[in-house]
Design a binder for this molecule. Structure first.
Ligand SMILES: NC(=O)c1ccc[n+]([C@@H]2O[C@H](COP(=O)([O-])OP(=O)(O)OC[C@H]3O[C@@H](n4cnc5c(N)ncnc54)[C@H](OP(=O)(O)O)[C@@H]3O)[C@@H](O)[C@H]2O)c1
Length: 215
């Protein structure tokens, strides 16, 4: 789970603006992490707010990871930039609207319905599907809503946070909806790296006891 955050942990202003919290070197470093992944996962909130391409823009890059968008109600517009670069795009929804699905398919996307009990995309089923398709590293670039659902479900193996030396005050955090009533309920992680990248820091943390099979 990759995030770009301010020193006070904000990933966007309250008005949704998040481009750019970190500097150009951190963003280039982020592309190298996208490149090593089998797929890049995002969600409709980010697609609608930022219209990201979610591709790898590195010199000599020959392989684009698959892009996966969780979009319960197929709100992704057919003009979304995530649909444009070469490579496969998979849009997973909870309720398939035939007209919207066909517009996205006309842009080359694969659209599948995979509803969970909460009316959103079934995250465990999505992870199983991607694993069945040979994806063994899933790089997440989403907002606090999907990040929070992934953290709450215990699906995050590593947080890759680029931290900028700026305070943003009120704004969006990294992971919503954790519903913690006491600090003791929070799942502790362990820092595995703290590395300056340009003017920012790259901080990687892993849930305790979960890193034996990583790297
Ligand atoms: N700084 C950073 O690193 C960074 C990175 C990315 C985005 N952002 C910022 O984050 C903001 C967007 O965040 P966000 O929280 O609104 O959007 P988000 O997490 O990107 O997307 C959330 C949407 O995903 C859909 N979804 C489908 N299945 C889901 C599931 N199982 N669990 C959770 N969501 C599911 C939901 O759509 P439905 O509501 O239709 O169900 C939900 O509203 C923007 O301001 C963007 O700039 C910051």
């Amino acid at each position: 789970m990759k995030v770009a955050a301010s020193l006070d942990g904000r990933t966007a202003l309250a008005n949704g603006s998040s481009q750019w919290i970190t500097g150009s070197q951190a963003r280039a470093d982020g592309h190298a992490w996208r490149h090593r992944a089998g797929a890049i996962l995002s969600a409709s909130g980010t697609v609608l707010a930022d219209d990201p391409r979610l591709d790898v823009r590195l010199p000599g890059c020959a392989r684009q990871p698959q892009r996966v968008v969780l979009d319960s109600r197929l709100r992704t517009p057919p003009t979304a930039r995530v649909l444009a670069p070469p490579g496969q795009v998979l849009v997973l929804c909870a309720l398939e609207d035939a007209a919207r699905a066909s517009q996205l398919r006309a842009r080359g996307a694969e659209v599948l319905a995979m509803a969970g009990g909460d009316g959103r995309v079934d995250i465990p089923a999505m992870l199983t599907l991607l694993a069945d398709r040979g994806i063994n590293e899933l790089h997440v670039e989403a907002g606090a809503t999907l990040n929070g659902a992934l953290v709450a479900g215990g699906h995050v193996d590593e947080v890759l946070a680029y931290v900028a030396p700026v305070l943003l005050g009120a704004g969006r955090g990294m992971a919503d909806g954790l519903a913690l009533g006491a600090l003791s309920q929070a799942d502790r992680m362990r820092f595995v790296e703290v590395q300056p990248v340009g003017d920012d820091l790259r901080v990687r943390a892993r849930p305790l006891g979960r890193d034996a099979f990583l790297d």
